[in-house]
Design a protein around this ligand. Structure first.
Ligand SMILES: [Zn+2]
Ligand SMILES: [Zn+2]
Length: 244
């Protein structure tokens, strides 16, 4: 029996921290091909899934004293006449904690395929739970970044979708980090446009999904959603791996 068990028990290297760990498969191993667990228990525990009540629009976990179904940030966005009359929603899989910051950084700079695998299917499931979409669009990166990295992480994260490359970046050439929050939001407005090769009827009255790695202020995703809504999309649903 011991021999059988040691045959079944496998030692894996954690995809994230690189430590080795052993796992003893459950009953499903007997019936299906054994799919190796990519992460050790310690790393698995650090992923904090966003669950429970969230802001209707941006998906921020609700504070107990919340009196309305949208958060203050979203009410602020709605003072803008465009956002008052257009439908934008966002949901994320995980909280953007220090661990997640590291994971996203690794994802951005290495494009680790196994790491992408951890999220790609779940992003699709999250979308399916909320919207019957017709078009799925990855948030494009600047040409300069694409050249440096050779890939776009949003595209990789969207690989459980049939992707339409409907957006392109209007490169302003300036460094984001040197600006204040207000300046960044203003500069982002107009940072994206619908590609000239897209047939506009593809967006008309459609529910559109946009995919990115992280939601921070929402400014980037709204800037990307705007030209799609202006081009006739009925609503934009954004999905990310993590939100702050
Ligand atoms: Zn680990
Ligand atoms: Zn909100």
């Amino acid at each position: 029996m011991r021999q059988v068990r040691s045959l079944i028990e496998t030692t894996s290297r954690c995809l994230y921290c690189q430590n080795t760990f052993s796992e003893r498969p459950g009953w499903n191993w007997v019936f299906s091909f054994h799919k190796q667990e990519p992460l050790c228990q310690r790393c698995r525990d650090m992923f904090v899934r966003i669950e429970g009540d969230v802001c209707r629009d941006c998906g921020r976990p609700s504070e107990e004293s919340a009196e309305t179904d949208t958060c203050q940030d979203c009410r602020q966005w709605q003072t803008d006449s465009f956002w008052e009359s257009n439908s934008f929603q966002h949901r994320a899989l995980y909280a953007y904690n220090d661990f997640m910051k590291d994971v996203i950084k690794t994802l951005k700079y290495t494009g680790d395929v196994a790491l992408v695998d951890l999220f790609a299917e779940d992003l699709r499931k999250l979308v399916d739970k909320h919207v019957r979409h017709t078009v799925a669009i990855p948030i494009p990166i600047t040409k300069k970044r694409a050249f440096e990295r050779g890939f776009n992480q949003a595209e990789q994260l969207g690989r459980a979708f049939t992707l339409t490359h409907a957006l392109e970046r209007v490169d302003s050439g300036e460094q984001q980090s040197k600006r204040t929050r207000k300046e960044r939001i203003d500069a982002l407005d107009g940072a994206f446009q619908v590609t000239s090769t897209l047939d506009p009827s593809q967006l008309n009255n459609q529910s559109v999904v946009i995919i990115d790695d992280v939601y921070t202020t929402g400014a980037t995703l709204r800037a990307a959603a705007k030209p799609l809504l202006e081009a006739g999309a009925a609503r934009v649903f954004a999905v990310t791996v993590a939100r702050s």
